[in-house]
Write a protein of this length. Structure first.
Length: 173
């Protein structure tokens, strides 16, 4: 049986992951409207990954005989000033998610919930990758500045990103 404190925290994380998906879908729509098809694709892949994260937490709670409680999702921003601004907001958001995952892990330690610690290890590693990806794009955008050809080239590069289903099980194989 899943510890109730941990269950409540995992349900809150489900809501945070849904919010993340909603944010990235909003960013995808905005980038698309501005003509940045590659950036729109990159954010669309982020959206899909966040939905995978929701499902991982959802399934885990059920696996542990817990109760999933879905809550309303707050609204997300719908406009950004520049592509750099979008990715800076992405990094800031991913840092916040890292903080949430770390708090979940700390709670699972406090509650001696070893199974949840094991499951969260994948998310800890995932967050390192998420922050690094955002930083890399930010570095590129800062280097490019307002060079239209550079932005065009980066946008084309981002269009090649493909969705692969996220799974803690796949990470262990």
């Amino acid at each position: 049986m899943l510890n109730l404190k941990v269950q409540d925290a995992l349900n809150a994380q489900i809501n945070a992951e849904f919010w993340s998906a909603y944010l990235y879908l909003s960013m995808s729509a905005y980038a698309n409207a501005k003509g940045y098809q590659g950036m729109a694709n990159w954010f669309e892949v982020q959206y899909q990954e966040e939905l995978d994260h929701v499902k991982i937490f959802f399934d885990y709670i059920l696996q542990r005989d817990g109760k999933v409680e879905l809550k309303p999702i707050e609204g997300v921003p719908t406009e950004w000033t520049t592509p750099l601004n979008m990715f800076e907001e992405t990094l800031k958001h991913e840092q916040k998610v890292t903080e949430l995952i770390n708090k979940l892990y700390a709670l699972s330690i406090e509650e001696n919930d070893f199974a949840t610690q094991s499951m969260l290890k994948w998310f800890i590693d995932e967050q390192v990758e998420e922050e690094d990806n955002a930083k890399t794009i930010i570095d590129s955008l800062r280097m490019i500045g307002d060079n239209g050809y550079g932005i065009y080239t980066l946008d084309k590069d981002l269009s090649t990103r493909v969705y692969t289903q996220a799974s803690p099980l796949a990470a262990n194989n």
